[in-house]
Design a protein around this ligand. Structure first.
Ligand code: HAM
Length: 427
């Protein structure tokens, strides 16, 4: 039997309702904050990612699914969404209408990492990106929106980790200090970091190899090299977050795995996931729009890891599946014909209706209705047709009513509306 590719997964009915709930919550909240949806392709020119994420990053060096198409063009399954959203902002001149644009997008990303719990080769992200605002208040708003999103989903045990990665001005000073620090330690670094320490020393800070991590524990910190503007920007972010009572910690060792970041960067970490503890990450990327050929517009964004988030929200055990409102148990050909007409009418009126299309006994149809969790069963056999009335059974209370055949659609609609009102009041 042909199986899934390693690191890929199916999201089956039963689980998918939770994903839909999370996605709906994000859409409603993000739209309240003024974000609009953008849909971008899954395949892009490889160069888009190598130029934005950075040639020396783990993602570009080792993790991208890259291949040539039939005409030899190098294309890549997107490992993230930010680069594509920036490309779209530039390509469609969206900045010319108004440089301030706020977008969200939801979909699969692909990275060929070693699969483990919380880490997949196809995984899903909810991204939000803001263009055209340099103010630190927007950084605060992004973290606030993210925390509000997790709070709506009752995600326990989360903390925002915040850092500043400075700007190209303060990076010069920091790079030389880091290069000096690394110069007599290269023999303790992994092969990749030996190269990185010369080409792009900041990337060494992101290395996961234990030997490199040990060397870096005493490395100089970017925080100590921030220029006056970056310091002021960061101070505004942290003081406003405190005023708004957003729980956060300053994490001066937080370096993100992508090269485009400037100034504020953040990660939301959780205690409920084990090693893969980041459920969202993001930050400013003020230089990326210009670097990809667009106008000099600042930007900031984040991505939520949907797979990891879903696994936490699932622990709340809430059931998001939608049960049938009514199951029509019809016996005999004539009843089945009538039942079919009714269920078509119900489904068109927003009532979830099911029937059995086989010629099954009443007992077996009742069993199926029970298994599906139907709220009501409408029973129709030859006897009922003769009497001109079907039997409506409330599956929770077992109460039964007769319903005159010409009134079935209208009466059932009313019953179900009443049922919903009463369960909403109860719950
Ligand atoms: P990232 O930190 O690479 O950032 O990914 C964001 C989130 O995606 C992570 O915190 C994690 O929850 C999830 N994630 C990443 N890789 C995997 C994986 N292999 N399996 C499961 N989940 C994963 C970015 O992608 C940036 N583009 C975020 C951003 C948007 N920055 C600015 N705008």
């Amino acid at each position: 039997m042909i199986q899934l590719i390693r690191g890929f997964k199916d999201i089956l009915p039963g689980e998918v309702e939770l994903w839909q709930h999370i996605e709906r919550t994000a859409v409603l909240l993000f739209e309240d904050f003024g974000f609009k949806e953008i849909r971008i392709p899954i395949l892009e020119h490889t160069e888009l990612f190598s130029r934005s994420i950075g040639e020396d990053t783990d993602i570009v060096e080792k993790e991208m699914y890259t291949f040539s198409d039939r005409k030899g063009a190098l294309i890549t399954l997107r490992p993230e969404a930010t680069a594509s959203v920036v490309r779209a902002y530039i390509q469609h001149k969206l900045h010319s209408i108004d440089p301030v644009q706020k977008y969200y997008t939801i979909g699969p990303m692909f990275r060929r990492e070693r699969p483990q719990k919380g880490r997949y080769r196809q995984f899903y992200q909810i991204n939000a990106e803001v263009f055209g605002v340099a103010s630190p208040l927007v950084d605060v708003q992004m973290v606030l929106m993210l925390m509000a999103f997790f709070s709506k989903l009752s995600v326990p045990d989360i903390q925002a980790h915040i850092n500043s990665l400075g700007c190209p001005v303060c990076r010069v000073d920091f790079k030389s200090s880091l290069t000096g620090f690394l110069s007599d330690k290269t023999e303790h670094l992994c092969a990749d970091c030996k190269k990185r320490s010369i080409k792009n020393p900041l990337r060494v800070l992101d290395c996961k190899v234990p030997g490199c991590k040990a060397v870096l524990s005493a490395a100089p910190l970017l925080a100590a090299h921030l220029c006056a503007d970056c310091t002021q920007h960061f101070n505004t972010v942290t003081s406003r977050l405190s005023e708004l009572k957003v729980p956060f910690v300053i994490d001066d060792r937080l370096v993100r795995g992508l090269d485009y970041y400037t100034r504020t960067t953040f990660e939301i970490q959780t205690g409920s996931l084990g090693a893969q503890n980041a459920i969202a990450g993001g930050g400013r990327y003020d230089g990326l729009v210009k670097a990809l050929g667009g106008p000099d517009q600042p930007a900031i964004g984040f991505a939520v890891g949907l797979d990891r988030l879903a696994s936490i929200v699932a622990l709340n055990n809430a059931d998001f599946s939608r049960r049938p409102d009514i199951f029509v148990a019809a016996l005999g050909e004539k009843s089945q014909d009538m039942a079919f007409g009714w269920i078509c009418a119900f489904c068109g009126e927003g009532i979830r209706a099911e029937m059995d299309f086989g010629d099954k006994s009443l007992k077996s149809q009742m069993k199926r209705a029970d298994r599906l969790g139907a709220k009501y069963v409408l029973i129709l056999g030859e006897n009922e047709i003769e009497k001109g009335a079907a039997v409506l059974r409330n599956m929770a209370t077992k109460a039964q009513n007769t319903i005159l055949l010409p009134d079935v659609v209208q009466s059932v609609k009313e019953k179900i509306k009443h049922f919903e009102r009463s369960t909403n009041l109860d719950g």
